[in-house]
Write a protein that binds this ligand. Structure first.
Ligand SMILES: Cc1cc2nc3c(=O)[nH]c(=O)nc-3n(C[C@H](O)[C@H](O)[C@H](O)COP(=O)(O)OP(=O)(O)OC[C@H]3O[C@@H](n4cnc5c(N)ncnc54)[C@H](O)[C@@H]3O)c2cc1C
Length: 128
């Protein structure tokens, strides 16, 4: 439920000749976009993310070269907003590889049903 009046006006988007209105539009479905979408939902806001790629993951969706992995420890390179998630997800390596990080983000999207508010293969071309 929305608790305070919005300090901004709702945003109208136009995609494939269809017009929709949201409180917030999120650019991208990487670590930041997924968390932002989750937070906005919790605040009762109408939010939609638009992602150029075909699925969630951002950096970890696009960068699939051999050997790609994080350089901070996997446990530190994880969300902390969901205590259950921290318990149910076990990293197989101290510094996770790209495929595992991508699986993690897909798991987060599944668990919180985030994809229903994300348009994939959709680039935000302008904002006014
Ligand atoms: C090999 C590698 C290792 C890394 N290791 C670490 C690490 O150990 N620790 C660390 O903190 N960081 C690391 N990073 C940095 C990493 O990019 C960030 O940690 C994090 O993934 C960034 O998330 P983000 O959601 O901010 O952006 P991104 O993951 O870049 O996601 C942005 C998304 O927005 C989409 N997008 C952009 N513009 C538009 C538009 N106009 N319309 C629609 N969609 C759009 C893009 O397609 C993209 O999917 C690493 C990066 C790489 C490549």
């Amino acid at each position: 439920m929305r608790q305070t009046p919005l300090p901004w006006r709702p945003t109208t988007t136009s995609q494939n000749n269809e017009t929709s209105t949201f409180d917030v539009v999120v650019a991208g479905a990487g670590f930041a976009g997924l968390y932002l979408l989750h937070r906005l939902r919790k605040q009762g806001l109408r939010a939609r993310a638009f992602e150029t790629g075909g699925d969630v993951g951002g950096t970890w969706y696009w960068n699939r070269y051999p050997g790609a992995r994080c350089d901070v420890q996997s446990v530190d390179y994880s969300y902390s907003f969901d205590p259950d998630l921290e318990v149910e997800w076990t990293w197989s390596e101290k510094y996770a590889t790209q495929p595992e990080i991508l699986r993690y983000l897909q798991h987060v999207a599944d668990k919180h049903d985030l994809r229903r508010d994300i348009s994939f293969n959709a680039k935000i071309e302008s904002a006014v």
